[in-house]
Design a protein around this ligand. Structure first.
Ligand SMILES: [Zn+2]
Length: 74
């Protein structure tokens, strides 16, 4: 992900800054609790495509355990 590109991106809902989660390949708005997928280096800035983050993620806590999966279904 290009840093300059990342700096230009804002959350479509609150116009706030996004945090790039390299591990998951997602752009996160901690304010709205939305995680936007990055498809082949192209961020998908659509609320309909965004994943709702869980409470721990919103607080930006380190995740416990390993092998956590997300099936993308809300
Ligand atoms: Zn937002």
């Amino acid at each position: 992900m290009d840093k300059q590109m990342l700096a230009m991106l804002v959350c479509p809902r609150c116009q706030g800054k996004l945090k790039y989660d390299r591990e998951r390949g997602e752009l996160k708005c901690l304010f709205d609790g939305l995680a936007f997928p990055v498809d082949d280096e192209i961020p998908v800035m659509l609320e309909e495509q965004a994943r709702q983050m869980d409470v721990d993620e919103k607080l930006d806590k380190p995740r416990r355990g390993t092998g956590e999966t997300w099936d993308g279904a809300s």
